[in-house]
Design a protein around this ligand. Structure first.
Ligand code: AMP
Length: 234
C-alpha cells in the first residue's frame, strides 16, 4: 500500500510549491491543501470569509492567523486527511500558524517540512510570467501555455494572470515572506523536521529530489505516530 504522510511545503511565492504539491498529492495519494486556493474559492463564491479575505489578498497582505487556522482546522478534521495525511501548500506562513498546526494535529504530528530554495531574482521572473486557471488552479506561464489559447488543458477554465501577481503586491508578499515565513525554517529545523531542497531546475528533477528525501527520512524512522487506521510499526 502507498504510505501517506503529513507534509508541509515552504518556499517563496513562485518557488514552485503549487506544482510540487500537486505531484506529491498524486504520488502519495494525500489531499493537497492550498490555503491560497481555498481563499480564492471563497472570494469567487463571495462568502463572508471571501469578502473579508479579498482586501488582504489584493494588497498582498496575510489573512489574520485566527481566520486561516479556523479554515485549516476544519479541513484537517475531514476523514481523508485523518486517514491519509496531507500536503499543505502556503500554510503555515507564520510561527503562530505553525504553533496552531501543532495543536490541531496533536496527538499526531507533522512528518516533514520541505523548504524549496529558489533565488529571489528567479521567483520574480516566474511570478511575472505566471498564469493560472481560474477554476482548477492549474499553473501555466507565458512560455508554457495551454494548448488552446488561454483555455485550461485540464478543465476548460479560463487561464488568467492572478490579481495579486502585480509588481507591487509581489514585492509586498516577498517582504512578508522574509519577515513572517522565513523564521519557520529555523522553527522546523530546531524540531528536526526540515529538509531543504534546491527548487531550481526542471519540475521532474525537483520532484525526484523531494521524494528521495522523504523516502530516506521514512526509512530512518523519522515519520511521526501512525494515522488513523494505519498499523503501528512493530
Ligand atoms: P498563495 O496562493 O499561497 O500565494 O496565497 C495568496 C494569498 O492568500 C496570500 O498573498 C495571502 O493574502 C493569502 N494567504 C494564503 N495562505 C495564507 C496563510 N497561510 N496565511 C495568511 N494568508 C494567506
Amino acid at each position: 500500500m502507498i504510505p501517506g504522510g503529513r507534509l508541509v511545503v515552504l518556499g517563496k511565492q513562485g518557488a514552485g510549491k503549487g506544482t510540487q504539491c500537486v505531484r506529491l498529492s498524486h504520488h502519495y495519494i494525500v489531499p493537497h491543501i492550498s490555503t491560497g486556493d481555498m481563499l480564492r474559492a471563497s472570494v469567487k463564491a463571495k462568502t463572508t470569509l471571501g469578502l473579508e479575505a479579498r482586501r488582504y489578498m489584493d494588497a498582498g497582505e496575510l489573512i489574520p492567523d485566527e481566520i486561516v487556522l479556523k479554515m485549516v482546522g476544519e479541513r484537517l478534521d475531514q476523514d481523508d486527511t485523518r486517514t491519509r495525511g496531507f500536503v499543505l501548500d502556503g500554510f503555515p506562513r507564520t510561527v503562530a500558524q505553525a504553533q496552531g498546526l501543532e495543536e490541531l494535529l496533536a496527538p499526531t504530528e507533522l512528518d516533514l517540512a520541505i523548504d524549496l530554495e529558489v533565488p529571489t531574482e528567479l521567483v520574480l521572473t516566474r511570478l511575472a510570467s505566471r498564469r493560472v486557471c481560474e477554476d482548477c488552479g492549474t499553473i501555466y506561464s507565458t512560455t508554457q501555455r495551454p494548448s488552446v489559447d488561454w483555455i485550461c488543458d485540464i478543465c476548460g477554465g479560463e487561464v488568467v494572470q492572478r490579481e495579486d501577481d502585480t509588481e507591487e503586491a509581489i514585492r509586498r508578499r516577498l517582504d512578508l515572506y522574509e519577515t513572517e515565513t522565513a523564521p519557520l525554517i529555523e522553527w522546523y529545523s530546531t524540531d528536526g523536521k526540515l529538509v531543504q531542497i534546491p527548487g531550481v531546475g526542471h519540475p521532474d528533477e525537483v520532484f525526484d529530489r523531494i521524494v528521495s528525501e522523504i523516502e530516506s527520512r521514512r526509512q530512518a524512522g523519522g515519520f511521526g505516530p501512525p494515522m488513523r487506521g494505519e498499523a503501528s510499526p512493530s
